[in-house]
Design a protein around this ligand. Structure first.
Ligand code: SAM
Length: 292
């Protein structure tokens, strides 16, 4: 078997062969350590009955490991220059399909329906382009794709926010948006030395596992996210102050907001960062009729 793509020597060879230069603007930091890749793929718990969706295959370092473990791999790559490279490096694998597209513009739902109908078990596995980590995750979650979960590398600071618990500094509307759909945990912290070129920031891999049932049932999910975002606009302010200034006509509706907070047993002088998802859910439902 040929050496892994993700070794420093083979990566250098491939880059040289194609005269490839990294585009910082596309978040191109390629993995050059097969152990990290084995670890990432291990966390995804794939079998030949699983499919994997990858965002940004680069020169195929992770894709190759996914192809060995999963029944099928679909990878979205925005950079046209990488298509001939991937054609070459992934030629030993017949279960990989590369889609030349910006993941944020792709109709992933449609692609699911067309290409993954035979797979009941689908995981998103990726070393994400860091400049668009949050939009990619939110898009995939809001599209409500039928995935079991995601194992994704990102900058550690975002990983901390996504996995944060109430009452911590990192906890905010991103934690709530993601944890509403998925259980979120940090799977590993990753040193800079495993990338080429090395990124400026620390990295971490997180594992997201879809909840069987959401932690709270709400009337309107979008309104839940509006209320939670609105509660963190100024982190140091109380929830009543934040909601007054962030909800439409909040100032005029202060009394109604106060009543709603009281009804669900939330002290108006608490800060947003102390509220659990369940509390945000109860609050959003209580406020709903006053804002619709
Ligand atoms: N998977 C490879 C690895 O681990 O070595 C490369 C990971 S690199 C951090 C991110 C990859 O995402 C690059 O190949 C980049 O061209 C691609 N990319 C950047 N923005 C993208 C987007 N909006 N849609 C799809 N791919 C994108």
């Amino acid at each position: 078997m040929q050496k892994d793509i993700a070794t420093p020597v083979r990566t250098q060879e491939i880059l040289k062969k194609y005269g490839f230069s990294f585009k910082k603007s596309l978040g191109q930091n390629f993995l050059i350590d097969p152990n990290i890749l084995r670890n990432i793929v291990g966390h995804a718990e794939l079998t030949k009955d699983s499919a994997a969706i990858e965002i940004g295959p680069g020169i195929g370092a992770l894709t190759e490991h996914l192809a060995r473990s999963a029944g099928k791999v679909i990878a979205f790559e925005i950079d046209q220059r990488l298509l001939p490279v991937l054609e070459d490096t992934l030629s030993p694998y017949d279960n990989v399909e590369i889609i030349h597209s910006d993941i944020l513009k792709a109709d992933v739902k449609q692609i699911f329906a067309e290409k993954l109908e035979n797979y009941n078990d689908v995981m998103v596995v990726a070393n994400l382009p860091y400049y668009v980590t949050t939009p990619i995750l939110l898009k995939l979650l809001m599209d409500r794709l039928p995935v079991r979960g995601m194992v994704v590398m990102m900058q550690k600071e975002v990983a901390d926010r996504i996995t944060a618990k109430p009452g911590t500094k990192a906890y905010g509307s991103l934690s709530i948006a993601i944890q509403y759909y998925m259980k979120a945990e940090v799977a590993m912290i990753v040193p800079k030395a495993v990338f080429m070129p090395q990124p400026n920031v620390e990295s971490a891999v997180i594992k997201l596992t879809r909840h069987e049932t959401p932690p709270v049932q709400v009337i309107d999910e979008d309104f839940l996210f509006q209320v939670s975002r609105g509660s963190f606009v100024q982190r140091r302010k109380t929830i009543i102050n934040n909601l007054q200034s962030s909800l439409p006509n909040g100032k005029q509706k202060k009394e109604l907001i106060l009543q709603s907070l009281e009804k669900v047993g939330i002290n108006p002088t608490r800060r947003g960062e102390t509220l659990t998802i369940e509390e945000f859910g109860q609050l959003a439902d209580e406020l709903y009729s006053h804002f619709h």
